[in-house]
Design a protein around this ligand. Structure first.
Ligand SMILES: NC(=O)CC[C@H](N)C(=O)O
Length: 383
């Protein structure tokens, strides 16, 4: 482990005035955000580059962060999106054949702040008790902190409720996606088909989702979040995919929700949504979404498929949830979380339209849910 100085060089301040001092690493400066915790034991790079983490600082409950370094293949987006990271142990030097760079150099180069030496158990308990707090995080090698200013900064953070971040992280222009997965879950192979025309709406799409769609046999065209139904239909799609993404799903109510309603009024095209895409689809069908206390972020969340009785271990990252009490007639709840009973999947009774709250692309995480990509392709083939 790298030697760490005794003087605190970073400071995490919660809006209620609680202070955690630690060792700064990565970029120097400060940031304000909502604080969450992630329980995954692998995948810190994928987590930091998942666009759904915009506006959030991530506390890693697993202490070995930095041990496998970072590499260009594991980026889920062009740049890290999470505002910062909180860890228990200072990042170690990497020891892995895939490492192209060490985490600290990567964070510094890419402008993201880290704090090490934090009691992440105490912090995680605080997050569970208070609900995801608003925080300010500063890294200052001089070790001089204006705590009052940081408390004010934390309090001034608007919070994710009502915040539309999907339009900030979406692509500027449409593009084709051709890359496949690097490897396949047991029992699956890449489909060598001419490819079904799929339009993927990018609300902050993770690259591995697009890889999974391509690997399952989709010819993927990615469109920006604000694409209209006309823009989508101009591609003559056989399937429509709604991606994951950051912020409050209800805040996309002016563009994404009406676009999906419009598409469903005009056609019977199969629709598949993941995470934010799931929430936006639920809103379009007439349900409501609500903010959770501290959300679900990890790679170990058990989900029950209510139609088969099977339990999947899933990867999750969400702070909002679909209120299953508000699902309208004709929309079936297909999956629930075995942690808290919250909604994890829906489908329309009489149309090939379905979505899940969790991340079947498993990046990082278990591969149990890959079957959903195949289900989407089979729905396209049956349509
Ligand atoms: N991963 C996601 O797509 C997150 C969806 C949404 N921003 C939430 O936090 O619930």
């Amino acid at each position: 482990m790298k030697k760490s100085s005794q003087t605190p060089t970073a400071c995490l301040v919660l809006a209620d005035g609680t202070i955690f001092f630690g060792h700064g690493f990565g970029a120097v400066g400060d940031t304000q955000a909502e604080l969450c915790f992630n329980t995954a034991m692998t995948g810190y790079q994928e987590i930091m580059t998942d666009p759904s983490y915009a506006g959030q600082v991530v506390t890693f409950t697993f202490p070995h962060i930095g041990n496998v370094g970072v590499n260009p293949e594991d980026d889920e987006a062009a740049d890290p999106v999470a505002a910062g990271m909180v860890v228990k142990w200072d990042p170690t030097d990497p020891s892995n054949w895939r490492a192209a760079e060490d985490l600290v150099a990567w964070l510094t180069r890419r402008g993201r702040i880290g704090i090490g030496g934090v009691d992440t158990r105490a912090l995680t308990r605080a997050i569970r008790q208070q609900g995801a707090p608003h925080v300010a995080l500063e890294h200052n090698p001089e070790g001089i902190f204006d705590i009052e200013r940081l408390v004010e900064k934390a309090r001034a953070f608007q919070g994710l409720e009502g915040l539309d971040l999907a339009k900030d992280v979406t692509c500027a222009q449409s593009y084709k996606w051709n890359e496949m997965r690097w490897s396949w879950p047991e029992g699956y192979v890449a489909r060598d088909t001419p490819g079904h025309r799929v339009v993927a709406i990018d609300y902050g799409a993770k690259r591995n989702i697009l890889r999974c769609l391509a690997s399952a046999g989709c010819d993927v065209t990615v469109l920006p979040a604000t694409a209209t139904a006309d823009d989508v239909m101009a591609h003559d799609p056989q399937g429509i995919f709604l991606s994951n993404g950051p912020g409050d799903p209800a805040a996309t109510g002016k563009y994404a929700v009406p676009m999906i309603r419009d598409i469903m009024d005009r056609s019977d095209i199969p629709v598949f949504g993941i995470c934010l895409g799931h929430q936006i689809l639920a809103l379009a069908l007439g349900a409501k979404t609500i903010k959770m206390n501290h959300g679900h972020h990890g790679a170990n969340h058990p989900v029950k498929d209510l139609e088969t009785g099977k339990v999947e271990i899933t990867s999750m990252n969400h702070g909002f949830t679909v209120d299953s009490q508000t699902l309208p007639q004709g929309v079936i709840e297909t999956h629930v979380s075995l942690f808290d009973g919250s909604n994890c999947g829906i489908r329309m009774r009489d149309r090939p339209v379905f979505s899940v709250q969790y991340h079947p692309e498993a990046s990082p995480g278990p591969q149990d849910s890959y079957y959903l990509f195949e289900r989407f392709v089979k729905a396209i083939e049956a349509a």
